[in-house]
Design a protein around this ligand. Sequence first.
Ligand code: SAJ
Length: 436
Amino acid sequence: MDNFIQEFKKRVSRRQIKIAVVGLGYVGLPLALEFAKKGFFVLGIEIDKNRVDCIRKKKSYITDISDKELREVLARGRFRCIDNFNIVKEADVIIICVPTPLKRKYYPNISYIKQAVRSIASHIKRKALVVLESTTYPGTTEEEILPLLEREGRRHNRDFYLSFSPERIDPGNKAYPVNKISKVVGGVSPEATKLTELVYKNIVSRVVPVSSARVAEAVKLLENTFRLVNIGLIDELAMMAHKMDIDIWEVIEAAKTKPFGFMPFYPGPGVGGHCIPKDPLYLYWKAKKFGFRSRFIKLSSNVITAMPAYIVERLAHILDKQGKKLNKSKVLVIGATYKKDIKDLRQSPALDIIEILQKSQCRVSYYDPLIPYLKLDHINLKSIDLNSKNLSAFDCVVIATDHSAVDYNFVLKNSRLIFDTRNIFKNTRDRKVVKL
Ligand code: SAJ
């Protein structure tokens, strides 16, 4: 075994190993490009033909990757993308970065992971290393993935190696690109951990080996559950502070001066994205199998899920104080995506707010510089032109996402009333601005 690890180490240092990345989304594509930039041959496998087409046209579909960066990596000839799994047999390392959605609230859906593993299982070359990056509940790698690979006589630690390494991409965070984010790795065996370490140490500043795949899976869920619980907490405290006529934003700013033992979270219209609203519910589901019901996860999830309705309730009250009824008002929602400067609508609370307003017979429009159209199940709207005539026609403007590319002074000047759920107008004392 040591001979193989030593041999593998040499081949890694000589860039003689090929890496396949399955799933080129916001996790897989940056990862694939990072390995290619470090001189590895990378085979990107993506079943979405539009994405394959974009890459072939050197067009990035990921906010954090520019066309230029994609073009430069492709020009080096160390990265290619295809839409089938046949090339897996060339790969020494196969990294799976496919989505892990929910079937419904609290019910994980690991069918994409299983599908990807089944697609590679019959192609993997002898002693290949398989790494799962998709966020999932503790036990997935060992209990679900290992058996799928140990078929047809294959044995772990002889014919292949398997580990888990959680992705930690923070979309839109320029301070922390892939190579600046430490990486946790946990193998089904110590050898698998070691091999995974040898691969990732080439692209990140620090690799953190842990004792097993399930510990690595749990690390990621702790990270995201930590965020869910704290965002749920601050959302609840925001509702409490409003009742008590206390400015929660001022409270947070002052609490931030504590140099230890405090980390600021900010209230908002709800929690979107593909991670925070969902990943902790994977942990909830698995823990329940052990007879443990996490009250924190359930409560936090319920608080954040109720935020869009709370926002509309507050809006109705704000309009009522102006002698207006919600179902007779025109409301503009500024920002449709789940967080600022990210072109991603997944689980966006702004969309929930728009839907609730529509159901309340309110005439609702939206403006988002990144999203020209909303063509969804229940919403079919075009982003309005943000001009003074349009702005002044609305009874209230709701700031739901705090995109940088909006002229908020122009919005302030031309709006009759603003409900600011993101504290964009923190330094404004204008009576027409009402804060969450
Ligand atoms: N939000 C708040 N208040 C806060 C922070 C966030 O309301 O104080 C909202 C945001 O507006 C957004 C949602 O929560 O709607 C999620 O924001 P996020 O930045 O926590 O989550 P993601 O999904 O964009 O990225 C996160 C990563 N972000 C950070 O750690 C800052 C990280 O948790 C994971 O690496 C990543 O999800 C993932 O892929 O799991």
